[in-house]
Design a protein. Structure first.
Length: 571
């Protein structure tokens, strides 16, 4: 009797084709009874077959033709766009072309009647089906719809975006349109415009233009995590980098040395200050653009993630007449935003507030803000020496990074001024060690410090896609909550296009507040270690960063994975 694959199981077809042995099939079937996973997926996971092997066998069983990944990647944009990206992703289907009798589509499951009916309703055409593997379809969707999105948006790329200035010395507006450039440059103008507009639209903080061997990877940082938005060919790198250099008034002939520049973009009512860094790599020049101050953020303490008890503590110390309030954390942890919100809180007509910053990220009416400009000698220290003659009540120093700035900050606070600043340190107690390392004498530091707050930003679950989660035992052990986990409900966000397939939307802050009371002050005077100071601070009521993160998990605000990513284990 002849072998008819349409009356056989997939495993038997693979054995008949000689792709797997009978023994391998029986072992996979035994594994299937334990895991309830599809047989084909088990064989792929074990490395016995490839997805292409499975697709060929499945197509024989179902009586449909099959198509492989390379064929899908060659499809035209016009044909693929017959179905929306959202529908294609949700149903693991990709449109291949219109035919005389309908529409040819590649599907993972040709028996998915809901998807077939959806295609019929959307296109008004009768679906003709070929079979493709899931990963092949997903790869093709990612690449082809990415190209469609770029070409669609490039056509109308940002007619309302303009460069106000390339640097502080030149306030002439730079034209971003491609009308005044040569035909050779126009595609790169469009590409850079698209990149900038998408980054601003998504509310990202950084753009990375990274050269690879065969392509340029363009990623933007959204909610602290990088996300790829496009990958033009490597041939576009030099044109893009040259365009970025022109906009930020850098030397377009220099390709061997790092360069730093800036520009100011205007998009509608938004003004965005952009810091540009160019760095040579083995495959070409890499550009990183940092976007500062979208101009539409509401700066107030109530929406920064403070629990009520911590907010009360923080407000108490920022309303003192003198002393130092220091916020510590790595780059991108929201230190500046918190300080600006603190200034908004205490700002009134009776006090003179002055800031020295590099850069000025938000412009606040009623506050005197000074932009550091190292090239002309306006450093932190130089600006601070002049400010004392300006009769300030409150002073914000963007960052304490050297001994001279630290000395001036301490002396300001000791002479009846309230000083806000930031320090790069891992937690609140290590901030004390950092300031001592900069050369501040312990007796001056202990006398001037009022409060130190360490801060991190963690991503929050997309509230529209929230669902329950079950963390692994290892994760619970790492967090130190395994014993109490039965009393907790854990959540995660379902990945969607709206949340960039992360399950997260937006960020909130977690805080570690160290109040410098008499006991902590005494320990600083005596030169005690940061570990001893930390123990005392916890006795005084300080919540370590990781514990603050666990509180956010209990509130259903974030996930176990996010807290593990953003905080380190307390020793």
């Amino acid at each position: 009797m002849s072998f008819n694959p349409q009356f056989q199981k997939v495993g038997d077809i693979l054995v008949h084709q000689g792709v797997i042995s009978e023994d391998q099939l029986q072992k996979a079937l035994a594994e299937q009874k334990k895991s309830n996973e599809k047989l084909g997926q088990i064989l792929i996971n074990q490395g016995i077959i490839t997805e292409a092997d499975l697709v060929k066998a499945y197509s024989q069983q179902m009586g449909h033709k099959h198509v492989l990944e390379n064929d899908l990647l060659m499809l035209s944009e016009d044909n693929v766009s017959l179905l929306s990206e959202e529908f294609a992703r949700a149903n693991h289907v990709i449109a291949m072309k219109k035919t005389d009798s309908g529409i040819l589509v590649a599907m993972e499951d040709p028996e998915d009647l809901d998807a077939i009916d959806g295609i019929r309703k959307i296109t008004g055409l009768n679906p003709e089906i070929v079979i493709a593997g899931r990963s092949a379809i997903e790869t093709a969707i990612g690449k082809l719809y990415g190209t469609i999105k770029q070409s669609d948006e490039i056509e109308s790329a940002i007619s309302n975006i303009s460069v106000v200035s390339g640097d502080e010395e030149d306030s002439d507006e730079v034209d971003l349109s491609e009308e005044n450039v040569s035909a050779e440059e126009a595609p790169f103008v469009k590409l850079v415009n698209l990149m900038l507009s998408q980054a601003i639209k998504e509310g990202s903080t950084d753009i990375h233009v990274e050269p690879g061997k065969n392509e340029v990877i363009i990623r933007i940082r959204i909610d602290g995590v990088l996300s790829k938005i496009m990958s033009p060919p490597i041939s576009s790198l030099n044109g893009m980098i040259t365009r970025i250099k022109i906009l930020s008034k850098l030397n377009i002939a220099e390709h061997r040395l790092p360069q730093d520049g800036r520009m100011k973009l205007k998009m509608g009512k938004k003004e965005i200050d952009v810091r540009v860094s160019i760095l040579p790599t083995v495959h070409g020049e890499k550009a990183v653009l940092r976007l500062l101050g979208s101009g539409d953020k509401e700066l107030n303490l109530t929406n920064l993630g403070f629990p009520n008890k911590k907010l009360t503590k923080f407000k108490k110390w920022i309303n003192q007449p003198y002393g130092m309030v220091i916020i510590s954390g790595p780059t991108g942890s929201g230190k500046s935003t918190t300080l600006y919100a603190a200034l908004q809180e205490i700002k009134n007509d009776t006090i003179n507030i002055t800031t020295v910053e590099d850069p000025v990220e938000y412009q606040i009416p009623g506050i005197n803000q000074i932009q550091v400009h190292e090239k002309i000698g306006l450093s932190f220290a130089a600006a601070l020496r002049s400010i004392l003659r300006q009769d300030p009540d409150v002073l914000l120093i963007g960052e304490i990074r050297d001994q001279e700035t630290a000395d001036i900050a301490v002396k300001f606070s000791m002479t009846g001024h309230l000083v806000f600043s930031t320090v790069h340190a891992n937690d609140a107690p290590s901030t004390i060690s950092r300031l001592l390392d900069l050369g501040v004498p312990p007796f001056l530091l202990g006398s001037s410090l009022n409060l130190i707050m360490a801060q991190r930003l963690i991503r929050t679950i997309d509230s529209n896609e929230k669902e329950q989660d079950t963390p692994t035992n290892e994760q619970l052990q790492r967090l130190g909550i395994a014993e109490n986990s039965n009393q907790m409900t854990f959540y995660k966000g379902k990945p969607t296009q709206q949340n960039h397939n992360t399950g997260y939307k937006g960020r909130t802050a977690i805080h570690e507040i160290l109040e410098v009371n008499s006991s902590v002050r005494e320990m600083i005077f005596e030169g005690k270690s940061e570990f001893e100071i930390k123990d005392q601070a916890i006795k005084n009521g300080m919540t370590p960063l990781r514990d603050a993160g666990i509180d956010k998990i209990k509130e259903g605000v974030t996930t176990v994975e996010e807290v593990l990513r953003a905080t380190v284990e307390d020793n």
